[in-house]
Design a protein around this ligand. Structure first.
Ligand code: PBG
Length: 330
C-alpha cells in the first residue's frame, strides 16, 4: 500500500482553489427552510426573548419576511402561530378554524409570493391547547392517540385549504401520516406534500420555541409518552419506515446536531429525502456563545449547516436560515 511520503493528504489542502476542488458537499440557500412565528395584531414585530434575533410577526408583515426569503434564494418557510390565550382551549379547537392565525398567515404569503416559495405548516395541537400538549388529553393527562389523529386530519385539511404546500405533522401520534394522506387525497389535495417529523425526540432543546408560540408556560410535565427517548436509534428507523409506508414524501429528524447519527442512519437505510431541524435550543446555544465572545457566528452557523449536508440531509430547518442564505449568496 502506498504511504507517506508519496501520500500526503495535506497536498490537496494547500490552496483555496484546491480545497474548493476537493470539497465533498456544499450548502446553498436552496438547502434551507426558515421557520417564522406569527402573532395577532397589526404592524407588529415582537422579539422572542429566549431567541435573540428572532421575532414574531403580525400577519400584515409576514409576507415581507417571505419575500426576503425568496430574495435570498430560500425555497421554503415553516410557519408557527402564537395563538392568543383566549383562543386556546382544552381540545385545541382553534386549529380547525379556517380563519385562525395560521390560515391567515398562509394566505398572506401565498397571495404575495405564489409558487416562489413553499409554505410548510406544522400539524400538532400545542399552539392551540390550554395545556400545551400536542394532542387531546384524558382525565389523567395522557395524550390519547386515535382521537387526536382525527383532529390532526381536520387541522391538515384546514391548512391545505388555506394554501399550505407541505403538511408537517410534528405530534408523533401513531398512524397520523396515513390518516392525513388519505384525507388529502380524498379532498383533492393530491400534490400537497407530507414531511413527517418522523424521528422527533423528547428533547430539552425545545424551550425557546415553546416561549415563542406561548405554550411553554402552559405545559405541565413533559411529552415523553409520544416523543422519542433520546437513547433510542433503532426505534427511529422503525418510525421512519412506518411514516414512509404511510405515504410521507420526506422525513425529518429533530433536534439536529445532537442527532446527526440518526439523520445519517436514516439516509443510509432508506435513501429518501431527509431533513433535520436545527431547533430553537441549538440556535440559542450558538447565539449565547457569540454573545459571550466565544464564537464567530458566521463561521459557526455555516459549519453546522455543512455538517447536516455531510450527514446526508437534503435540507435543514434553521432560525439562522436567512442570515446563512445571505452569507452564502454574497
Ligand atoms: C410542536 C413543535 C415543537 C417544535 C416544533 N414543533 C415543540 C415541541 O414539540 O414541544 C420545536 C421547534 C424548536 O424547538 O425550534 N409540536
Amino acid at each position: 500500500m502506498t504511504s507517506y511520503p508519496h501520500v500526503r493528504l495535506r497536498r490537496t489542502r494547500t490552496t483555496a482553489w484546491s480545497r474548493a476542488l476537493h470539497r465533498e458537499v456544499e450548502v446553498t440557500p436552496a438547502d434551507l427552510i426558515w421557520p417564522l412565528f406569527v402573532t395577532e395584531g397589526h404592524d407588529l414585530e415582537v422579539p422572542v426573548a429566549s431567541l435573540p434575533g428572532v421575532s414574531r410577526w403580525s400577519v400584515d408583515r409576514i409576507a415581507a419576511q417571505a419575500r426576503a426569503a425568496v430574495a435570498a434564494g430560500i425555497p421554503a418557510i415553516a410557519l408557527f402561530p402564537n395563538t392568543q390565550p383566549d383562543r386556546r382551549s382544552h381540545d385545541g379547537g382553534e386549529a380547525l378554524n379556517p380563519d385562525n392565525l395560521m390560515c391567515r398567515a398562509i394566505r398572506a404569503i401565498k397571495d404575495a409570493c405564489g409558487h416562489d416559495i413553499g409554505v410548510l405548516t406544522d400539524v400538532a395541537l400545542d399552539p392551540y391547547t390550554s395545556h400545551g400538549q400536542d394532542g387531546l388529553i384524558d382525565d389523567a393527562g395522557y395524550v390519547i392517540n386515535d382521537e387526536t389523529v382525527e383532529v390532526l386530519v381536520g387541522q391538515s385539511l384546514n391548512q391545505a385549504a388555506a394554501g399550505a404546500d407541505i403538511i408537517a405533522p410534528s405530534d408523533m401520534m401513531d398512524g397520523r401520516v396515513a390518516a392525513i394522506r388519505a384525507a388529502l387525497e380524498e379532498a383533492g389535495h393530491i400534490n400537497v406534500q407530507i414531511m413527517a417529523y418522523a424521528a422527533k425526540y423528547a428533547s430539552a432543546f425545545y424551550g425557546p420555541f415553546r416561549d415563542a408560540v406561548g405554550s411553554g408556560g402552559l405545559l405541565k410535565g413533559d411529552k415523553k409518552t409520544y416523543q422519542m427517548d433520546p437513547a433510542n436509534a433503532e426505534e427511529a428507523l422503525r418510525e421512519v419506515e412506518l411514516d414512509l409506508a404511510e405515504g410521507a414524501d420526506s422525513v425529518m429528524v429533530k433536534p439536529g446536531l445532537p442527532y446527526l447519527d440518526i439523520a445519517y442512519r436514516v439516509k443510509q437505510a432508506f435513501g429518501v429525502p431527509v431533513f433535520a431541524y436545527q431547533v430553537s435550543g441549538e440556535y440559542a446555544m450558538i447565539e449565547a456563545a457569540v454573545a459571550a465572545g466565544a464564537a464567530d457566528r458566521d463561521k459557526m452557523v455555516l459549519e453546522t449547516l455543512i455538517a447536516f449536508k455531510r450527514a446526508g440531509c437534503s435540507g435543514v430547518l434553521s432560525y439562522h436560515a436567512l442570515h446563512a442564505a445571505r452569507l452564502l449568496g454574497a
